[in-house]
Design a protein around this ligand. Structure first.
Ligand code: BES
Ligand code: MN
Ligand code: MN
Length: 459
């Protein structure tokens, strides 16, 4: 099988580049036609790879690409999930090359080259590994599992229509395990398998003062400024030890046992390199936890956007009428995103001074997720990684969220295996996103090994 990979390496890369040229941005309706094109493009490639049934399923939003290849009803079935939508590429001016004109460049971390484009790592490069791995297995006649593929186009905007799709298609989606490549490994010489994802609760707040913008000289000092009030309220959301002050926030948080924390901490990590990479003088966060713990096993609260008053050129002396912020919270087991949203809303209203009015609204959210490491799926992923990298992988907990994963368990009763090959430093959601060619090819090599071990261990 590895010969097939060697012989087709360049074509596999050329095809990925073609895929990355389609600006499949789900957040902006301006790209709706491109979303359709991306769905069509990848469905054609799934047919060419040898999938039997390939469908483009329309939803109330972006289409779901679904494909099946049932080899033998006695074989276990793997349901591959991923997303072909990407984050908006803004700010365009910070890209060294245009986001939808992929280029391959070498970097310090990727000496074999990396492809630079929006979606290269998250998640088009990673879903395309599956398409190519399937092609390889079909061509070599070594497909030891049945395969179902489900690529959605709304992961980056909350997967709302996918929830409807999976609830309506439980029979069709019957499988033994879900396989997802949409996460990271520690480093190219330190393979790892993620054992969990954080949940998410995303809120928006508006603080309203006077009924109109005012002259800050005439009224300033006598009328509450909502920008000042919002700043104070936000500042109070963390205490001096970096704990979130929202009442009840930690009530359901499961503290990891000392052994579990030690095991996660045993994975290699260099805090100096981490700071250097980000150009920060010091790390910051909840007291009593390490940097990695803060970014994976602990819940957080962060302002993701904040605006008020005059932000144009020069200065304008104005007392704004309103101030707004987008605030997200990353959650860990057993926090519940709806409950946390309620707690946040009640808390935020309670801390508002009587001089302003407060509105709180909600965006999407999702529950945290943990993969059981004693499961056949996890063991298969572990062995596949070990064989592909020639090194024992390290279990890690990821800090990001894929909200649909918890719903897969709730609705379909299926566990998910997080079999990602990106690096956290690949600039996901940022300008100059990229995906290492090493990672791309390693993924294509490791996926068939997962199938092999999953089939063996399922017997
Ligand atoms: N693939 C990421 C999540 C991710 C990245 C997990 C790296 C682990 C490591 C996914 O596409 C994503 O960006 N999720 C969003 C949530 C979504 C609701 C917008 C996130 O984590 O912010
Ligand atoms: Mn993703
Ligand atoms: Mn993403």
């Amino acid at each position: 099988m590895n010969n097939y990979l060697e012989e087709n390496k360049q074509r596999f890369l050329d095809e990925l580049i073609e895929f990355l040229k389609i600006p499949s941005v789900s957040a902006d309706p301006k790209f709706d036609a491109d979303m359709q094109n991306a769905a069509k493009w990848v469905s054609t490639k799934l047919s060419e790879a040898g999938m039997n049934t390939v469908e483009i399923c329309e939803t109330a939003g972006q289409p779901v690409v679904y494909a099946e290849k049932i080899v033998d009803s006695s074989f276990p079935t793997i349901l591959v999930y991923g997303h072909y939508d990407v984050q908006p590429a803004d700010p365009y001016e910070l890209w060294d090359s245009p986001p939808f004109e992929p280029v391959v460049k070498k970097t310090k971390i990727h000496p074999d080259g990396a492809v630079f484009a929006r979606g290269a790592c998250d998640d088009k490069g990673q879903i395309y590994m599956h398409v190519k791995a399937i092609e390889m297995m079909v061509n070599s006649g070594e497909l030891p599992c049945n395969v179902k593929v489900m690529f959605e186009g709304e992961e980056e905007v909350g997967s709302e229509n996918l929830e409807t799709f999976i609830s309506a298609n439980k029979e069709k989606l019957k499988a033994d395990i879900i396989l997802i490549s949409d996460t990271s490994i520690i480093a190219n010489d330190i393979p790892s398998v993620e054992t969990g994802l954080r949940g998410l609760a995303y809120m928006e707040v508006e603080v309203v003062g006077p009924n109109r913008d005012l002259h800050s000289g005439v009224y300033g000092g006598a009328v509450a400024n909502p920008a000042n009030a919002l700043s104070q309220m936000i500042a109070s959301l963390h205490d001096a030890e970096g704990k979130v002050t929202v009442k009840g926030f930690y009530d359901k948080v499961i503290e990891l046992a000392a052994e579990e924390r030690d095991a996660l901490e045993a994975a290699p990590f260099n805090e100096e390199d981490y700071k250097d990479d980000l150009d920060v003088n010091a790390v910051s966060g909840e007291k009593g936890y390490t940097t990695r713990e803060r970014a994976a096993i602990r819940p957080t609260l962060d302002v993701n956007g904040i605006w008020s008053g005059y932000i144009g050129e020069g200065s304008k002396t104005v007392l704004p009428s309103k101030a707004n912020a987008k605030i997200s919270m990353r959650l860990v087991p057993d926090q519940d995103w709806k409950e946390i949203s309620d707690l946040f809303e009640a808390h935020f209203k309670a801390i508002a001074p009587p001089t302003v009015k407060v509105k709180v609204s909600r965006h999407h959210g999702g529950q945290p997720y943990v993969t059981p490491t004693d499961s056949v799926g996890y063991q298969a992923a572990f062995k596949a990684m070990e064989e592909a990298f020639g090194k024992t992988p390290v279990p890690t907990r990821g800090g990001g969220s894929i909200p649909i994963v918890a719903l897969f368990e709730e609705v379909l009763g299926l566990k998910s295996i997080l079999f990602g090959f990106g690096l956290d430093s690949d600039a996901l959601h940022s300008p100059n996103e990229h995906y290492g060619l090493f990672n791309y090819y390693k993924g294509i090599e490791a996926i068939p090994l997962f199938y092999k071990y999953f089939a063996e261990l399922s017997k």
